[in-house]
Each structure stands twice: as structure tokens, then as C-alpha cells.
Design a protein. Structure first.
Length: 231
């Protein structure tokens, strides 16, 4: 089945070792063509089934909502923007890796990559997808508000994040975190479909003297912001 933006979704897959059971084991594989290279991503076939599975629990944790189970436009746009770069020798961290598309793209471009996500399930998919594409990606289960693995590796040459500004509570956390993660000569690339929290983050970074510009994105409904620390 053909999807937009050069993405092909195949039939349902058999179980893949290393991935969670339950609804997350009902899998399909999608192939993305990025900078002339095919990148194969395994994902749950039905994200709504994962949500239903969570909601059957007696006291479901809203922090465990399976946002990671979709390949969102911001992630595909950011992966496309970095896949053609030469990242050889650069130390890169992704915040909220989800299924791992952005981290895999960065690794295939030559970077030394740490992929992080608060969800252990997301990290399991990132690990499997990296292996399936012959990419070396280190991983860590890590939330923004418990950022020890992020800080232990800082400063980073490149910080990547796609669709992490879906709620306003993430804005002050990232305003505190980004200056501690990005090297003085480094940069952050944040992709977002222009949600209000993204505007609040950018305004806060502007006030702190960060320099920014926008990169071309596909799909164009996504904005990719290139952020550099104050000179």
C-alpha cells in the first residue's frame, strides 16, 4: 500500500523478537525513502488498539499514552532533513525518539546517536528498527524531567526533537534543558506542526538570545526550527 511522501506500508508482520507483547505485537513495516536511501520501520499496526489496551487498566497512567506508536509528520520531516547531512563524528541525542526514525536517519548519516524516550516500549522499537536498518543507535529510557542520561552525555553537537511540544508543561522543562544539552558551537533541530507550546518555547529562547532559522520541511505543514545558543 502506497502512502504519501514516498512511504510504502507493507502487510502485517509476524512477531519480532525484542518487542512488547499484546497490541504492540500486531505489526506492519513501512519503508521511507530518505535522501535516496530506503529506511524500514516496524510499527504497531493499530495505535488505537494500544490505547484501548491501556484504558482497560484499573488506574491508567496518562503519561503512558502511546503517542510513540505513530510515525508522525514532524518525525518524517525531521528525518528527511537530516538524512542527507554529513554527520560523521558528531554526537547527537534525540529527545522523544518514539519508533526511532529520526535517530536511525541520524545514525545512517554518520552520527554517534543516543535515542531517548520516556516509554520503554518506544525504546524497544527504536532498538529493533536501528538493527533492521544496519544502524548503530544507543538508547536510554529517560523523561525530560528526569534527564540524567541526557546530562551525563552533554554537551551534544546536535539535539533532535520531533513532536515533543504537544503540551505546555514541556515548555519550561525544555527551556531549562536545552542550554544544558547543546554545545556552544552546536545546534538543536525541533520539528513541530506549529502548536501553541512551540511558539512559547521559541519566544523563551528568543528572550534568552538564542539564534534561530527555519529549514525546509516535507510535509510543509511542519516547521523545523534550527536553534543555536547565544554567541
Amino acid at each position: 500500500m502506497e502512502r504519501a511522501n514516498g512511504v510504502t506500508a507493507g502487510p502485517a508482520l509476524p512477531a519480532v523478537p525484542g518487542l512488547p507483547p499484546g497490541a504492540a505485537s500486531d505489526l506492519v513495516e513501512e519503508t521511507f525513502t530518505l535522501a535516496g536511501h530506503d529506511v524500514r520501520m516496524v510499527r504497531p499496526r493499530d495505535g488505537d488498539a494500544l490505547l484501548d489496551e491501556l484504558l482497560t487498566e484499573d488506574d491508567p497512567d496518562e503519561d503512558l499514552l502511546p503517542f510513540w506508536a505513530e510515525l508522525w509528520p514532524s518525525g518524517t520531516a525531521l528525518a528527511g532533513a537530516i538524512c542527507g547531512r554529513d554527520l560523521a563524528g558528531r554526537r547527537v541525542v534525540e529527545l522523544g525518539s518514539g519508533l526511532g526514525l529520526v535517530s536511525v536517519a541520524a545514525a545512517l548519516a554518520g552520527a554517534d546517536v543516543l535515542a531517548t524516550d520516556r516509554s520503554p516500549e518506544a525504546i524497544a522499537f527504536t532498538t529493533v528498527n536501528a538493527v533492521r536498518n544496519g544502524a548503530t543507535v544507543r538508547t536510554a529510557v529517560c523523561a525530560f524531567d528526569q534527564p540524567r542520561p541526557l546530562l551525563d552525555g552533554a554537551p551534544w553537537d546536535l539535539v533532535l526533537a520531533a513532536d515533543v511540544l504537544y503540551e505546555q508543561a514541556n515548555v519550561p522543562v525544555l527551556l531549562w534543558l536545552l542550554p544544558r544539552l547543546v554545545a556552544p558551537a552546536g545546534e538543536a533541530l525541533i520539528a513541530d506542526p506549529d502548536r501553541r507550546p512551540a511558539g512559547l518555547l521559541l519566544a523563551g529562547l528568543d528572550a534568552a538570545g538564542w539564534r534561530r532559522d527555519r529549514l525546509a520541511a516535507d510535509p510543509p505543514a511542519v516547521s523545523i526550527h534550527r536553534l543555536r545558543p547565544p554567541a
